[in-house]
Design a protein around this ligand. Structure first.
Ligand SMILES: Cc1cc2nc3c(=O)[nH]c(=O)nc-3n(C[C@H](O)[C@H](O)[C@H](O)COP(=O)(O)OP(=O)(O)OC[C@H]3O[C@@H](n4cnc5c(N)ncnc54)[C@H](O)[C@@H]3O)c2cc1C
Length: 411
């Protein structure tokens, strides 16, 4: 059987490894880290068929410019004189229109719904990662935001998703864990959630059981190309031959792609989270606090809060206290009983979401290098879309028809 080498052991790489091993391939995963704390671990754990509108959407440019002048805002582009950033910005601008969103919505819905089915399969096997189907509440405090959120809900309903439009009183009836100070909400009943760290452990255990080799603390640095194929992978621990390569290195994918003479436009969208234990009052339904774009997820007995999207670079590892304060302020505004304090620096997690300028993930065979599949750019939906993405990677490599239409996920 062919040997498939996967570069990147985040959730996208590991789910790809899982479905490839299931197809009978010999699989090896390379990751430069010890695979314990990257973007796939501290995220908000939401499985979101509700998220059918990509980041590149009408209105986002104007909103983004306004937010750039507010140090507590949830979305920020770190200005710098950099060619990659300028190219990314131009492409983002080109995609922020209705035509793109109209094409993107059914493609994201189908990929998401497939992913949720696959999560349900995993959850039937194992309960260790606390899969729950409580939906997602989009909560809002102002009429302006309410109108936008309800409009998105109507679009989702038209695409067949189950959506409830809730008054203030109906939100309180649904969310009994704590007081919510909002004027209304939209409840996407299709959504689910998990505990990301526990899922990552579950999938690593599955891969071990299936004899997938995991080479952690091994950085992929270069390649040997022969006859329009990747013949060898050069790492800091030696050189490995391969039949197929899957590039799944999240926000670092562009650097690796450059070694293969491929241009991938991805920038990291830095976000923060912190997880609290033993809270007396806590929300019980996963929610997004819309004005502050804060995600709130109950995970077993813990509660995780996550937010901000700073378009930056992968060396930017500083925790921006103003933006963290923005998250804390939103939580206290929406849930007055919680009285959350600023988390300590050591209790604050951050991760880099791999963001394409179109807001669409890439799940595609390269056109020039015949044994290369690129699978990255899942931005704020990587956990949600990972199982479906992994399954499609296995279908691409096995040359089987894809489970969903992949036209919108090309390089
Ligand atoms: C605050 C926050 C909240 C989020 N909430 C959600 C959510 O609720 N739902 C959701 O679906 N998504 C969410 N996301 C997004 C999600 O976490 C990401 O989309 C996802 O983790 C990306 O996975 P990945 O495997 O593509 O990348 P990563 O997890 O970043 O994995 C890439 C891997 O490649 C490795 N690598 C890099 N370079 C090399 C090299 N040269 N050699 C070998 N290995 C290399 C890295 O070490 C890393 O382990 C959130 C993100 C953030 C920041």
């Amino acid at each position: 059987m062919k040997k498939v080498s996967i570069i990147g052991g985040g959730i996208i790489g590991l789910c790809s490894a899982y479905y490839l091993a299931k197809e009978g391939y010999e699989v090896v995963v390379f990751d430069k880290s010890d695979m314990n704390d990257g973007c796939s671990y501290g995220n908000a754990g939401m499985i979101v068929p509700s998220h059918i509108i990509p980041l590149a959407q009408p209105g986002m440019i104007a909103q983004g410019i306004k937010w750039m002048f507010d140090s507590h805002s949830p979305f920020y582009v770190k200005p710098r004189l950099n060619l990659d950033l300028m190219k990314w910005g131009l492409q983002f601008y080109k995609h922020a229109n209705y035509k793109h969103v109209e094409k993107a919505m059914p493609a994201l819905r189908d990929l998401s719904l497939l992913s949720k089915e696959l999560y349900q399969d995993f959850a039937r096997q194992n309960s260790s990662f606390f899969y729950e189907e409580k939906g997602l509440l989009m909560l809002f405090k102002t009429d302006k935001t309410g109108i936008e959120i309800e409009h998105e809900g109507i679009l989702a309903e038209r695409l067949g998703l189950q959506v409830d439009f809730l008054s203030k009183a109906e939100v309180s009836q649904l969310e009994k864990g704590t007081v919510t100070d909002v004027i209304g909400g939209v409840h996407y009943k299709s959504d689910a959630h998990i505990y990301p760290q526990k899922f990552m452990q579950f999938i690593k255990d599955e891969l071990n059981r299936m004899n997938v080799k995991i080479e952690q603390n091994t950085s992929v640095n270069d390649f040997v190309l022969k006859n329009n194929k990747v013949a060898e992978i050069i790492t800091d621990k030696g050189t490995f031959t391969t039949d197929e390569v899957v590039l799944a290195a999240g926000s670092w994918s562009p650097y690796i792609a450059r070694k293969l003479n491929i241009n991938i436009s991805i920038l990291p969208g830095k976000g923060y989270s912190f997880t609290l234990k033993d809270q007396e009052h806590k929300p019980t339904i996963p929610s997004i606090l819309c004005e502050g774009k804060v995600a709130v997820t109950p995970m077993n007995t813990d509660i995780r809060f996550g937010g901000t999207m700073e378009i930056t670079h992968t060396n930017d590892i500083k925790i921006n206290q103003n933006r963290l304060q923005g998250i804390v302020n939103s939580i206290n505004d929406f849930y007055p009983e919680l009285k959350i304090e600023m988390p300590k620096e050591e209790d604050t997690w951050f991760g880099f979401r791999p963001c394409t300028p179109s807001g669409m993930p890439i799940i595609a065979r390269d056109k020039k290098l015949k044994n290369l599949t690129v699978v990255t750019g899942h931005a704020m939906m990587g956990l949600s879309l990972a199982p479906a993405t992994g399954k499609i990677v296995s279908e691409i490599i096995a040359e089987k028809p894809a489970s969903v239409n992949t036209q919108m996920f090309q390089l």
